[in-house]
Design a protein around this ligand. Structure first.
Ligand SMILES: Nc1ncnc2c1ncn2[C@@H]1O[C@H](COP(=O)(O)OP(=O)(O)OP(=O)(O)O)[C@@H](O)[C@H]1O
Ligand SMILES: C[C@@](O)(CCO)CC(=O)[O-]
Ligand SMILES: [Mg+2]
Length: 327
């Protein structure tokens, strides 16, 4: 039996624009997904994901021949739920040259699903690490990141950047621009996360931005402008100027809002954080619902968020310097 875990992440800057080759800066946070893998004697997969809740149902799913999930939902919905695990196992089989390897897999996570904290990347990265180790192969974190990116690409219909998967495989703060992925230095960041209890569909939101970008030149320019914010933000991060970092995060949120990926509850939480004195606040990840990230060294933002209608949870998130690891 092998257990691996990987962290979730927040974006300081650059989500969505990173899909079109602009740079982005995600940071791993101390919330992890953990995947337990046990090799089977046959070629079957049994996935037990007790946290997996899509539109209010929980599923324990086995992809064994003729097996059905223990809930009354369509096969396609369940497939969507376990798609990242299936794609991760495909990568692990390929990496170990064992196309018929079967596994019992258990996923446990304290990263909210579909909420912009990179739960899909964390689950995919941890599953690839655990399954390959279970078969006696140890991949470098760069190779795990590359394979996890390919798995995300497959599930998200060919629309994904390397940012989430590289960040959660490597840990810490990273910079991703196209295929160029690297770790960067970051000062202590007083990160506060607000969660509206909801989720957004990454694939749909990315497709929506692509449609706007194709239709309007100014939407394409908005994407490029996000890239300009990231380039400036990198310098500000290196200087450790948190007030300026916050201003740039606010600007980034405005442009994401313009691209149609915010929501009323995300905007409410962003404004509650700013009113409470946060240095800056923005949505994180694909958007549509889910989480915001704010910078505030005091407890004011966290407290204000807890009293904000539509905010279900608010917590401080420490930068996690460790990426994927075997437990
Ligand atoms: N605990 C878990 N157990 C099983 N599958 C999970 C778990 N957490 C996430 N997943 C998979 O990841 C999917 C959510 O990924 P999605 O990319 O939509 O959101 P996210 O990664 O949380 O947010 P973002 O990509 O915006 O950062 C779930 O539908 C499921 O397939
Ligand atoms: C929206 C997006 O930029 C980030 C999702 O966490 C998609 C991606 O980079 O694959
Ligand atoms: Mg994701």
């Amino acid at each position: 039996m092998t257990v691996s875990s990987a962290p979730g992440k927040v974006y300081l800057f650059g989500e969505h624009a990173v899909v079109y080759g602009e740079p982005a800066v995600p940071c791993a946070i101390e919330r992890r997904a953990s995947v337990t893998v046990e090799a089977r004697d046959d070629d079957r997969l049994r996935v037990h994901a007790k946290d997996l809740s899509i539109d209010g149902f929980t599923v324990e799913y086995s992809s064994e021949t003729n097996a059905t999930p223990d809930v009354n939902v369509s096969e396609s919905l369940v497939r969507a739920g376990v798609g990242y695990i299936d794609a991760a196992i495909e990568q692990a089989r390929d990496a170990t040259d064992t196309p018929d390897a079967g596994f019992d897999i258990t996923v446990e996570s304290n990263i909210p699903l579909g909420a912009g904290l990179g739960s899909s990347a964390a689950v995919t990265v941890a599953a690839i690490d655990a399954a390959t180790r279970e078969l006696g192969v140890t991949l470098s974190s760069d190779e795990i990141a590359d394979r996890a990116y390919k798995a995300e690409l497959a599930v998200q219909d060919g629309e994904a950047s390397r940012a989430d998967t590289y960040c959660c495989a490597t840990g810490g703060a990273v910079r991703v621009e196209g295929d160029d992925c690297r770790s960067i230095e970051a000062p202590d960041l007083p990160i506060v996360v607000g969660f509206d209890g909801g989720a957004g569909d990454t694939g749909k939101l990315v497709a929506g931005v692509r449609a706007l970008r194709d239709e309007y030149d100014f939407a394409a320019e908005t994407v490029e402008n996000i890239g300009d914010i990231v380039r400036q933000g990198e310098q500000v991060l290196a200087d450790g100027d948190l007030d300026e970092l916050g201003k740039l995060m606010n600007f980034n949120h405005g442009l994401l809002e313009a691209l149609g990926v915010s929501s009323r509850s995300l905007d409410n939480m962003v404004w509650a954080a700013r009113d409470a004195g946060a240095m800056g606040a923005k949505l994180t990840g694909a958007g549509g619902g889910g989480c915001i990230v704010a910078l505030d060294p005091t407890d004011e933002t966290k407290t204000a968020l807890r009293f904000t209608p539509g905010c279900e949870d608010a917590f401080r998130a420490e930068l996690d310097t460790e990426g994927v690891r075997v437990e």
